[in-house]
Write a protein that binds this ligand. Structure first.
Ligand SMILES: O=C(O)[C@H](O)COP(=O)(O)O
Length: 206
């Protein structure tokens, strides 16, 4: 029984490069981002992974990353479900702003709280808790049944939607998840037990 869940954060986006808050805005990948996504696929191929189904968000940086991975593992036409529930955390009024400009306007500490606290949302946006409140039910209802059926499942998504998912999967506290950064294009492979607890976790670093 495979019961394998692979999480990959999209490769570097144009706005990651420009140091802009992104959230639900939809910039594409940079050249490096495309390369990171392809690399993730190559590493998964080298690890012998074949997927049964893929899930991604409605945002193009995650969708392109997903497609690069599927191309690299030789499954370009695999069934892929796209859902808004996997979108990045909504950054509200911060979306499109330069992170340094935001620090100059609101202060370093306030911006850090908006970026890395668990339950303080940025103006008009979502906290990590809010993001988890849509990611986790979606995972439980739409994704986990595939994994528990013994399938190998890919989720290509975003830094904060994946952090929210990892928090719930690993049973981390709000404080513990704040320490976790999810690297772009670095696959995290979980094997689950039949009772949905984690049997193993492997991070495919470059
Ligand atoms: O939405 C964004 O700007 C990034 O994907 C994540 O931003 P963060 O590092 O500020 O959480």
């Amino acid at each position: 029984m495979s019961r394998t869940l692979v999480l990959v954060r999209h490769g570097q986006s144009e706005w990651n490069l420009k140091n802009l808050f992104t959230g639900w805005r939809d910039p594409g990948l940079t050249e490096l981002g495309h390369a990171e996504a392809k690399d993730a696929g190559k590493r998964l191929k080298a690890a012998g992974i074949k997927f049964d189904i893929a899930f991604t968000s409605l945002l193009s940086r995650a969708q392109t990353t997903c497609q690069h991975i599927l191309d690299e593992v030789g499954q370009p036409d695999l069934e892929t479900i796209r859902d808004q529930a996997l979108n990045e955390r909504d950054y509200g009024e911060l979306a499109g702003l330069n992170k340094d400009d935001a620090r100059a306007k609101w202060g370093k500490e306030q911006v850090h709280i908006w970026r890395r606290s668990y339950d303080v949302p940025p103006p008009g946006g979502e906290s990590l808790r809010d993001t988890g409140a849509r990611v986790w039910p979606y995972y439980m209802h739409d994704v986990q049944p595939h994994v528990l059926r013994g399938e190998t499942v890919l989720i290509a998504a975003h830094g904060n939607s994946l952090r929210a998912l990892i928090m719930a999967l690993e049973g981390l506290s709000g404080e513990e998840i704040l320490e976790r950064e999810v690297g772009t294009g670095i696959p995290i492979i979980y094997k689950l037990n039949a009772d949905s607890t984690i049997a193993s976790k492997e991070v495919l670093q470059g």
